[in-house]
Design a binder for this molecule. Structure first.
Ligand SMILES: N[C@@H](CCC(=O)N[C@@H](CS)C(=O)NCC(=O)O)C(=O)O
Length: 252
């Protein structure tokens, strides 16, 4: 049994998969793609993942893409240390929260991430180079063009931060309703894993806008205490470790 994970250290989607592999103690080889250099858009990689994004998992030659799909696949094939409730209604709730994670926090976190960390790189490009880069991205062409070379406008940034705030409030309500400490109750599930990287990213960017939500604070502490957390967030996995200017720049 061999796993190769095509991923990037700071990629939030990759972090979901690394967390589950580490929690299940499944050894894996990592191929680290440099997303700013466009490794994810090279023809050989596009054969594995036509969306031109990470992560992609190769399990004994079977190619699985999309981070939430990969985490479900791993939990199905290797049910030890399960992250999936046995009860069908609870499983449905978990999947609904995974969809919520993709639509709300995971999508919104890209706006501050790009504006704060990646923009300087794009700002230096000629217009032609930038448009060619945007055109080469199967999923993110319009996202790139909206950001442009001067960054997302304030209204867009505020909207993303508002959506993130509403995500923490939703987490708070879910934890309260389930009895916590996890979103679905006593056991950590793939829904927690799906939301985790966006919360880690916002903490890393000094935008921890959940300090008035003790249930979310407790959830985040438990995430960080999990034995899979440290091996997942190895040195260089935080954006601030790759772009040291971020810590200084972000508001307190
Ligand atoms: N729905 C996909 C989204 C994957 C995705 O957006 N990956 C980002 C990193 S977190 C990426 O590869 N971006 C490269 C790019 O935009 O060119 C998943 O969850 O796997």
């Amino acid at each position: 049994m061999a796993f190769t994970l095509y991923n990037a250290p700071q990629s939030t989607c990759s972090q979901r998969v690394r967390f589950v592999l580490n929690a299940k103690k499944l050894p894996f080889a990592e191929v680290k793609l440099n997303l700013l250099e466009g490794d994810q858009l090279k023809p050989d990689y596009l054969k594995l993942n036509p969306n031109g994004v990470v992560p992609t998992l190769d399990h004994d030659g079977a190619i699985i893409t999309d981070s939430t799909v990969i985490t479900e696949y791993l939990d199905e094939v290797f049910p030890g240390n399960s992250f999936t409730p046995e009860n069908a209604v609870m499983r449905a709730r978990m999947r609904a929260l995974m969809h919520f994670a993709d639509e709300m926090p995971a999508a919104s976190v890209r706006v501050p991430t790009y504006n704060l960390a990646f923009l300087p790189r794009f700002a230096k490009m000629s217009r032609e180079e930038f448009v060619a880069l945007a055109d080469s991205k199967p999923l993110r062409r319009e996202f790139m063009m909206t950001m442009g070379q001067t960054g997302f406008p304030k209204a867009e940034m505020d909207a993303a931060l508002g959506r993130l705030r509403r995500s923490y409030e939703r987490m708070d309500r879910e934890i309260e309703a389930s009895g916590g400490p996890w979103l679905l109750g006593k056991e950590m599930s793939l829904a927690d894993v799906a939301i985790m990287p966006a919360v880690v990213r916002m903490d890393d960017l000094n935008f921890a806008d959940w300090q008035d939500l003790p249930r979310v604070i407790n959830w985040f502490n438990k995430v960080r205490e999990h034995s899979a957390f440290a091996p997942t967030y190895y040195d260089g996995s935080l954006l601030s470790q790759r772009f040291p200017h971020l810590k200084a720049k972000a508001p307190a």
